[in-house]
Design a protein around this ligand. Structure first.
Ligand code: FPP
Length: 245
């Protein structure tokens, strides 16, 4: 069953790409006297649900921040749980996502992830790469500054080898060296659990993104919340630095 777009949303003015900082999983568990990891587990149900609604409502791309370069500082048991969870989710969901036409991608430094997770990631990317449905990107061991550092290094290497001149460096060239090349910049950033920060997420790509923050914790973020975020987005005037007269 395809869920219809709510009647009060204009299909012509939907964001093409929604980025999400899925914050509040740990607190969701703690508030219920449960271990934090239960919140992460429940957060996966939210991803599944929101991915379905985004696809059905005509959003072209969804990117979620699953693990930042700073998240390694969490207790080792939580880090280990998350790595295993990512792997299990991929193994369990990929057939369903592939059948729904979803194209999955990962951004971040994947080389320091457990080898078995890297394999699962590769398998899921290969299995869905020709799909033409929603582009679902999972930021894993991702940091915006780290992404820019690796882009600078790649460009500098080409300049040193004489393949590029410094004057060839422009915004398009930099875009092409980011993990997100080929994905449009996010029009809308949703951050759950009330924090007003970018937390090193898609720093270059979100130069003009609208930011929507809700106090709701990620495991409780549902269809109604997504609807509210899209209504708020459609009420904003996006000027990209221009003046309205
Ligand atoms: C933030 O909550 C959430 C995370 C660091 C992990 C989110 C990852 C998932 C839900 C799994 C995704 C898996 C795939 C393969 C798509 P937090 O722990 O920072 O919460 P807190 O702010 O309450 O401590």
């Amino acid at each position: 069953m395809v869920h219809p777009l709510p009647a009060d949303l204009d299909p012509q003015r939907l964001p093409k790409h929604i980025a999400v900082i899925m914050d509040g999983n740990g607190r969701w568990g703690q508030q219920r006297g449960l271990p934090r990891i239960m919140g992460h587990q429940k957060g996966v149900d939210t991803i599944r649900n929101i991915l379905t609604y985004c696809q059905d409502w005509g959003i072209q791309a969804l990117t979620v921040y699953a693990f930042s370069t700073e998240n390694w500082r969490r207790p080792p048991t939580e880090v280990e749980f998350l790595m295993t969870l990512f792997e299990k989710v991929l193994r369990r969901e990929i057939k369903i996502w592939a059948a729904k036409g979803i194209q999955i991608r990962f951004v971040g430094d994947l080389t320091s992830l457990p080898y078995s997770l890297q394999e699962e990631i590769q398998r899921s990317v290969i299995q869905t790469r020709h799909n033409s449905g929603i582009q679902f990107t999972v930021a894993t061991n991702y940091g915006g500054r780290q992404e820019l550092v690796q882009a600078c290094r790649a460009i500098a290497t080409k300049v040193a080898a004489g393949e590029l001149k410094p004057s060839d460096i422009d915004e398009t060239l930099i875009n092409n060296h980011l993990y997100t090349h080929g994905i449009p910049d996010p029009d809308l950033l949703i951050r759950t659990s009330g924090e007003m920060r970018l937390s090193n997420f898609l720093l270059w790509q979100m130069a003009y993104s609208e930011i929507y923050v809700t106090p709701t914790l990620w495991p409780d973020f549902d269809k109604t919340e997504l609807h509210q975020a899209l209504l708020a987005f459609q009420q904003r005037e996006r000027r990209f630095g221009k003046a309205t007269v």
